[in-house]
Design a protein around this ligand. Sequence first.
Ligand code: URP
Ligand code: ZN
Ligand code: ZN
Length: 481
Amino acid sequence: MDAEFDLVIRNAQVATASDTFLSDIGVKDGRIVQMGLSLGAGKREVDAQGRITTPGGIDAHCHLDQPIAPPARMTDDFESGTRSAACGGTTTIIPFAAQQKGQTLRAAVDDYHRRAEGRASIDYGFHLIVSDPTPDVMANELPQLIAEGYTSFKIYMTYDDMKLDDGQILRLLALARAHGAMAMIHAENSECIAWLTESLLDAGLTAPRYHAASRPMLVEREATHRAISLAELVNVPMLLVHVSARDAVEQIQWARSRGLKVLSETCPQYLFLTAEDLGMDDGYEGARCVCSPPPRDSDSQEAIWSALADGTFTVFSSDHAPFSFESPTGKKPGGEEVAFPYIPNGIPGIETRLPLLYSEGVMTGRISINRFVELTATNPAKTYGLHPRKGTIAIGSDADLVIWDEHPDDPVRLTNAMLHHAVDYTPYEGRSLDCWPAYTITGGEVVWDGRRYFGTPGRGRFLPRGLPTIVPAKPTGRAAR
Ligand code: URP
Ligand code: ZN
Ligand code: ZN
């Protein structure tokens, strides 16, 4: 008898953002076509008995092969980056096509497509980064690109080569409102950082740990409040990326209590690292954890955990920004140990994002499995115009799935050697994890079976995205598993 399905997942404990239930999942031509118990035969079958099965993760904030000023160069391209993503349970990524000043947006997008094509093994969309909002960008390029499915763009309030002033930000927010796009804001006060950096360098304080001192929580709080105010003035939803600190969380909660549509994202580094990881002395090891905003203290970690549990945060992303430690194109530019402002910003985490949150969030009872799905798949899909094709387990959705292996009695000790990125370290080396994906399935194909990677470079498709759906604020509580 012919098999009815290409793939059947048997007896899965399916977790979506709203429900958990037992079901088989029947897949044909890359999509979920049937759910229920005792489905017909599949050409391939995977036994998920007793295992939680979630939608494949969507990493809505990661940087792969993004052109930046030499000598720095990102260590992961689309081949190694998507391999690493898939082995950690992520089946869709949305990295950034970054406009350099003087470049057209179209040139940045075309260049980024060339970098992804033939290399990505999982599906991908692109956010834009607007660093040069010329009259042509504002009148023609950006509206046209939004219409073509690049429906979100990032605005920087810091970094000399990227930052925009308040007037430029207001005009971009108005454009987002007019065209229904999502503006994502990196909120740190550039002038405060410049002044603090100058003072630290003048005092001879150059070690990596002073990166944190140059960007204290206040710097993020002020910019967060300003970004919220600018969006309120324009009356447009907006998403604050990589929120790191208690004060910023309080600003977001204040905005939401006023009914403002302020969405927000946090990342693993703000749950699992602190400023101490940048160094307790003047050694260079802490360069590994230099990212912006910097990791904070245990009080902010607690605030970030609470905001994950109580519904404040909309999405949980990696902000994977891959630079090797022992590399002249990475954390030691030109082979030198440099002063903190010259250390490339960013840390790797595309593969560890989901296992860390599942192990330390779901398995400890801090968040429910449904909230995990909401943060890592459903909300990113809704916020960035990919739902319901992506981000859920439902008939008609792409068959992008993760079957989880929970092993609390036999924890895994994380080492960089286990990971599939091209970076020479993980900031989470030595951490104990109680779970890992047993299978990652993308478009109905098993790409990871817990030990081996089967992905094919070039198999990932570009995803033109629809307009965002604004995920409303709602308390979700700390539901029992
Ligand atoms: O340090 C970070 N976060 N690097 C990546 C660039 C960004 O601002 O997201
Ligand atoms: Zn940023
Ligand atoms: Zn980033």
